[in-house]
Design a protein around this ligand. Sequence first.
Ligand SMILES: Cc1ncc(COP(=O)(O)O)c(C=O)c1O
Length: 416
Amino acid sequence: MSVRIGRTLPPALAPIGFRNIAGGILAMFMGDKATTAFAEKLKEHFNVKYCYLLSSGKASLALILRALKELYPEKDEVLIPAFTCYSVPAAIFRVGLKIRICDIEPETLDFDYNELAEQLSAERLLCVIPTHLFGVTADIPRVRELVGNRDIPIVEDAAQAMGGEFRGRKVGTLGDVGFFSLERGKAFSTVEGGIIVAGSERIGKALQGQIASTSAYSLKEQVALIIYAVVISVFSRPWLYWIPRSLPFLGLGETLFAPDFSIKRMSGFQAGMTVGWQNRLSKIIGIRVKNAGYLTKSGMKSTGDSELLSSGLVRYPVIVRSNSEKISVLRESDRLGLGGADVFPGTVDTIAGLKGYLVGGTSLKASSIVERMVTFPVHPYVTEADMKRIVGLIRKPAGDARKISEFIKNAEERSR
Ligand SMILES: Cc1ncc(COP(=O)(O)O)c(C=O)c1O
């Protein structure tokens, strides 16, 4: 990654405003009131009986898995996509379960359903985790059809898809239990945070016990969150983002396998930051849909058909022709500050720390995604001029940097 001084887009972002931070600070003095009120609103919105608020998406997943382990003590394998966020295998590893992977299709980023049908017959399978990667919706009704009458809970990973819909149904409520992430690069953000929504009575109740034994944020930790919220709010603006991005010790954009994350109940500060969340979410999704639509109309083919993309992507995924093209596109995107990113560095089976914890599955198609996928930002700080330049990057034939710059200049002149 080269250091660039000047306007630079973050690859993914849900902007945090000072109003949200002020709301959070006020709520810190309200005890559990703010978290309870937010959970009640979520229950109503998602029409579920159970909703729990935590410190992150991975913390939410870890507690879901602990609850399932308690319900099905004889089972210890979790089936996940071969290409997903490293936090997912980290949460599974953290609770002492084994990982089974299933390949995914480059066209949909969803399971290879032929392989899924086979993997679902594994005897020790505790649950399956379909994932709405980058907000591209996964076909959970199809997973349910394949599960049939076997008792295999569907845990819906909607970490990147809060506010999305699949055929008119709210994402997060299609499985037996679902979770969202409120980290800074997601649909909307409380710095960090996680939400569990459960329609299943059994799982909802089992989770109650898990939540009761989870600790709260200390006052010092909440103050650290306030500082972090202010830093994100200021430095995620494109004119300043180059500063944190050029500090290697911050590790922005790095994906690490880190199972020693903390598991806490959401704090009053985070819950208070959600003031006006429904409006904020629908506004941000509207912008993302519009920006993704612009890229698609300009000829940039994304994975997934328009229905799968209609829920507001947190990143716009594109599969280019070769790994060398991906490298040159990323290099040029870096040089121009366009926020192109390659997200997760490998398939789950390539994570060194998981040796001995993987029990099967394939990743051939997922590896081709790793080789060739680039994602681009569609968040509210992306302007039309940025999008024109992004389109120019992808439309050009792979070549050297000078040719790419010429191509972008020509594309910009043509579109004026
Ligand atoms: C698909 C997916 N699942 C789970 C998570 C974990 O969420 P969090 O970062 O809030 O722990 C992420 C976060 O990037 C994700 O992208």
